[in-house]
Design a protein around this ligand. Sequence first.
Ligand SMILES: [Zn+2]
Length: 125
Amino acid sequence: MREVTRRRLLWCAATDSSFERIELADGPALEGKCLHCSRKLLLRADGEPISRATIEHIVPRTHGGGDELSNLGIACARCNHGKGVRLDVRRADDPTLRRVIETLRERRRARWREPPSDWDLPSRP
Ligand SMILES: [Zn+2]
């Protein structure tokens, strides 16, 4: 996995209150919830996914969405892929696409927190 993706995953987890630090048998990890389906997701402390966690662009890149943290969330691969196939290809004014974007935005906002000061984070992506 690309280093920038790992950093993005770490920073998304750090700013998402569903994520907390846990200890697994083989070391520290982060556990949180998919932005779509709330399924449990696990990352290693360096951001490498243990389960299939991916970066979700809330406003898709194809519609001008950027890489700022407020537009990024962590989603399981299945949800992220599903949204990409079903929704991101739609026109920007498509009501279903707009509704899903609004829902994800609200959820990201509701879970938003400042990065915990005791997390050892790499430089911001
Ligand atoms: Zn999911």
